[in-house]
Ligand binder design. Sequence first.
Ligand code: ADP
Length: 744
Amino acid sequence: MSLSETLSQERRARLAAERLLELKQAELFEANRKLSQHARHLSDEIIVKREETEVLRDENIRTKEDLEKANTAVHIAERRLWDSIETIQDGFAVFDPSDIMIAANPAYLRVFDGLDDVRPGISYPEIVRLAVEEGIIDIGELSRDRFIEQAITRWRAPVREPHTIRLWNNQFVKLVDRRSSDGDMVSLGLNITSTIRYEERLKKARSKAEAANRAKSAFLANMSHEIRTPMNGMVGMADLLSETELNEEQTLYVDTIKSSGEALLGLINDVLDYSKIEASKLTLHPEPFDLERCIQDVMVLLQPSAAQKGVDMIIDYDMFMPTNFIGDPGRLRQVLTNLIGNAVKFTHSGHVIVRVVGLPEETGKRQRVHVSVEDSGIGIAPDMIDHIFGEFNQVEDERNRKFEGTGLGLAITRQLVQLMGGDIWVDSEEGVGSCFGFHITMNVTEDAKPMPLPSWMHKAALLDHINANSLILEKQLTALGFDVSPFDNIDDLLASPLDAQVYLIDNNLPETNIEHLIATLRERGVTAPVLLMTSGPVSTRSPKIEDARTLQKPLLRSDLWRTLTDLVPVDPKEIDTSDQSDRRMRILAAEDNKTNQLVFGKMLKALDIELRFANNGREAVELYQGFQPDLVFMDISMPEVDGKEATREIRTLELNTGIHTPIVALTAHAMAGDEKDILAAGLDHYMTKPLRKAAIIDRILMEHPESCRPIMPEEPTAAPEPPTPPSTGMNTGTSADSGVMAGA
Ligand code: ADP
């Protein structure tokens, strides 16, 4: 091999070695880079881990602190709980589900003072056994075994009522035991000795008070009875005295004695009743009676005082309810008299409605009867409602003070209703009215009979200006099978087809001449019978047309039915429009003084006339319209509306009828100018007080309408004084028969 070849060989070898070296160096460098990268990564991870560890350590410390705090709180709470439980005076113990005592407070353990065995670890049955054997519990009539058995049975029952035991030292403990959801039993022993002692004292005081009350009632009963006897004597004697020959003044005295005596007797009867109820002596005397008639009787008695005020009295007796029941009618009447009497007493205008409905009980032989008495009176304030049923309690305010009463009525009424097994209540709104209601259950003695109508009656026309009245009557007539057309004024009635088979007309329609109305109906060919409904005593001035029958309000269903079935249509030939009449002369006297009214009445007692009094001018105008007097005596000075004003109003009313009623003024003083004034007001004559009988009779004779009966049964024997000339109106008579009608 040549040198150059050798040299080139060597150069190639060196070059190859150098390339290898470069390659190795590059690899080494790459490995180095990776190594350092990994080292950096590792060191980062170490840092993160270190930080995490530090957070965990902090958390650990905090948790540990929290736990310590919670432990302390639990400890404190437990200590407080036990402190409290230990402090309370009542016994407290806890038992595990197998009835072993876990803990008990000193009050619980104190009961077993001296018995070391009673402590946590003892079982409940063992405690009971020890308590009984050591005589700690008073076991009463029971044997020891029986007592223990009962106590353990109670303890193990699923639910336990509290149970009171008596200890040897006369202390009373009420046991209240309750099982918790995990089966533990918490047992409380409450010392109720003082409550029991208090109850005993109350019981003693109550029975003492009851005894005193019974004694009081018995005393009242005796007293009332004792007073009643001489009172009866007085009232009876006054009654006899009033029938003897007395002059006007004496009559007035005797009448006052009588009415005061009667009022006093009523009061004593109230007290007697009340004390009888209190002394539990009052017994009911049930017998068959007619409930509807009983209510009507009461209402008819109270009707005059209601009519005086223009208060309408209405019965709404359920059409489908029987009326014959077994009950104590006397006592029921007393209840009704009180409620309806109060309703009339506390109502100045409007109505008093008695509603009766019955609910048959299951057997059908008994009915629960609801009676309500509704008025449109002064009402009762809400805070007084509970008060009024109390004894001697009355609402005392301005509006109420003027009413008389004992305040016993409702107390008695409530007791009577309760005695009958019922209940009473009231609903009232001041200034609007009251509604007193009660219910009692009674045996029925008869089924409600269907009331068939005569076959020719289908349609009824009803004319009544009072809505409540009209509604109730319409309901009753509809229930009887009528097709009813109600009217509240004459014009509407006359404008109707007039095809009813019966006309029911309120006799007290304001500003209405009923006779005239009936005559108009007849003129228009109405032959159907007319039924007049009147409040107050049935008027003797029944219309001339013979088929007009009169029914007194409040209407009784059976009366209404009986009258309706009795009616017959009028024979057109019999319609008599001539003016023949045999009615009594009607005289209206307006006078506010009761004594003067009494005297006036006595003076005219012997005359065959119909005399009515108005207490003031307003009443005079009202009465004038319904009563349609032939002559009016009008006192001039009266409260509310005076005589002159009343006369003016009457004269205005007369413009519609074309009638002129003579009106005679009664004045206390005849002063110059009075006469002119009086005559200017529309009065026809005037008389001065004191009035004398002869002069009054004279005036009546002068105004006596020919169509009326003579005012004296026989012609007066003594010649009346010469008639007073109407122009002067002065009373010049000299008769000794002078009255005492004093100036008002
Ligand atoms: P008296 O009517 O004798 O005072 P009550 O016991 O019958 O006694 O009534 C007690 C009171 O209840 C009455 O004084 C009156 O204040 C009130 N009261 C009773 N009924 C009504 C009524 N219908 N409207 C308004 N107040 C009444």
